[in-house]
Write a protein that binds this ligand. Structure first.
Ligand code: PLP
Length: 390
């Protein structure tokens, strides 16, 4: 006997990983430099040198025994203090360590928050295009994921579509900005309007509708574009943050959840998040990385290389005639495919060893996602291939 739902999640293969695997095989056959792999969102910048130094310092100063011991379930106070201080310095907030839960990356954090908000018959909204893992996370938490159609071609938020999707059973809406896969950053105006709508509907339904802000890409924004800190716009916001992308630490599984006490039922939700993390076995995030954060939470990535890639690819594709969403953040471009069939385009591209991901995987057919975490030289060499495909 085994769990059928879990089996289906395991069996239901991930298209992105499939294409990336194919890329690995092709790299063996034709050489890695001849495969243009724009699939997986693995940072191509190394973690900042200060991180490497902090790892060495922590090990030396704290010793192996303490460094590798369990911390408190919600995270060591030193890490939570450093995170709170960093947020307060940047956003003029009054975050306290007691409102922070150090988590094992955004995936684990989202699972815990979804579970903490889950009630019988509960629904959670996401806006297309969206990170496809929200589906298994919601399902496991016992929530129904409902998808709000995309706001093409700008990929902001269609408020009337959100309003139509909200019901008495809606517990939350997930906001991911800068967005994977579109690279779009939701503007302050968009978020303010969304906040006003949620206030109104919360009132109407007689219970709060939370925003779950999924923020692994918060620090990846270009040309001075503002990425608003959503709790300062909408009180009932719970933040799931990750250092996977901002500090290039995806393999280390580290981030945090911020549950503001001033949110409705804030204290109870924090306790429920801690309980859900306990139930999933995701307490005591990796100790070494918590101590590193205690020293490095203020660090920001140097985006020069990503920005160069972004501009070269965006300009090259537009010159070739492609329609591309304005990529103000993250490290993705979302490209409308000629003819409208993303899967056919992906196949044709594969024949030329150009690997991209169909938008269908993100609830948005007719587009492909490109992750530009590749070398600049590869971007330049890929442009003639893109030209030949249009
Ligand atoms: N949310 C989004 C939108 C992502 O793109 C990702 C990873 O790619 C995650 C969450 C998960 O991040 P983590 O590595 O912190 O689990």
């Amino acid at each position: 006997m085994y769990n059928q739902q879990a089996y289906e999640m395991g069996d239901n293969c991930c298209v992105i990983r499939d294409i990336a695997e194919y890329g690995a095989v092709r790299a063996q056959e034709v050489g890695a430099e001849n495969v243009f792999n724009f699939t997986i969102g693995n940072p191509s910048l190394p973690a900042p040198a200060e991180i490497t130094q902090a790892v060495a310092d922590v090990m030396q100063e704290m010793g192996a025994l303490r460094t590798h011991s369990y911390t408190s379930a919600q995270g060591d106070l030193s890490a939570r203090k450093a995170i709170a201080e960093d947020l307060n310095n940047r956003f003029g907030t009054d975050v306290t360590p007691a409102e922070l839960f150090v988590g094992c990356g955004a995936s684990a954090e989202l699972c815990s928050v979804f579970r903490a908000l889950s009630v019988p018959g509960g629904e959670i909204l996401t806006i297309a295009p969206y990170f496809s893992e929200y589906e298994p996370f919601a399902q496991t938490a016992g929530l129904e994921l409902k998808v709000v159609p995309p706001d093409v071609p700008d990929f902001q938020i269609k408020l009337d579509a959100v309003e139509a999707a909200l019901t008495e059973n809606t517990v939350a809406i997930i906001i991911n900005s800068p967005n994977n896969p579109s690279g779009v950053v939701y503007t302050r105006e968009t978020l303010q309007k969304l906040g006003a709508l949620l206030e109104r509907k919360s009132e109407e339904f007689g219970h709060p509708i939370y925003i779950v802000a999924d923020e692994p890409y918060r620090e990846l924004a270009y040309d001075g574009v503002e990425v608003p800190f959503i709790p300062t716009i909408y009180r009932n916001t719970i933040v799931c943050y990750s250092y996977s992308k901002s500090l290039s630490l995806p393999g280390e599984r580290i981030g945090y959840i911020y549950v503001p006490r001033k949110a409705t039922d804030g204290e109870a939700i924090y306790t429920a998040v801690a309980g859900a993390a306990r139930g999933y076995g995701h307490i005591c995030a990796p100790s070494l990385w918590q101590y590193v954060l205690a020293r490095c939470a203020h660090l920001r990535p140097d985006l020069t290389e990503y920005d160069r890639n972004r501009k070269a690819l965006w300009e090259g594709l537009r010159k070739a005639g492609y329609e591309v969403a304005k990529p103000d953040g993250a490290f993705y471009l979302f490209v409308k495919v000629p003819g409208g069939d993303a899967n056919a385009f992906v196949k044709k591209a594969m024949e030329k060893d150009l690997l991209v991901v169909p938008g269908d995987s993100f609830g948005c057919p007719g587009y492909v996602r490109l992750c530009y975490c590749v070398s600049y030289e590869q971007i330049q060499r890929s442009l003639p291939i893109f030209e030949s495909l249009i």
